[in-house]
Design a protein. Sequence first.
Length: 172
Amino acid sequence: MGAADAAGLGGVTSGGSTARPDRRFDDATALVAAVAAGELSPVEAMERALARMEEVNPALNAVVHPRAERALEEARGLSDAPAAGFAGRHRPLAGVPIAVKDLGCEQAGEPHHRGSRLLAEAGRREHEDSHLYGLLAGAGAVSLGRTNTPEFGTTITTEPAVYGPTANPWSL
């Protein structure tokens, strides 16, 4: 599974095509290596992921809380960091865009509705990062947004009343 696929962005375009012109950076390992080698900056990696999200998300309804501006700001922070930190043992995911499930991986200041209409209508936002998100961010991963989830994770399909169903990219 590639980095874009892990972010819910690979495999389809809004027109249903599976054509992808440049697959060099489709997995996290290749992406980290490209950033470490200076072939791709964290900002460029995020811009690619955000462009792909904008292209396919209308058909998928996978990302319900995009955070493009904050993601680019965080990627710029990684770009300004010393090059040794990119692929070093302290930042093994530096520059890797990820999408975070809206269920149990809280981010400070971000909406966290768990697929619940009640929590969405209340405007619930997190006050601090969860331990899991802290580990991901500490490793250098940057969240491009929160993904759709079944209400409180109680069903096997992602069809919450609050955001609507997420399409299977292989069925488009």
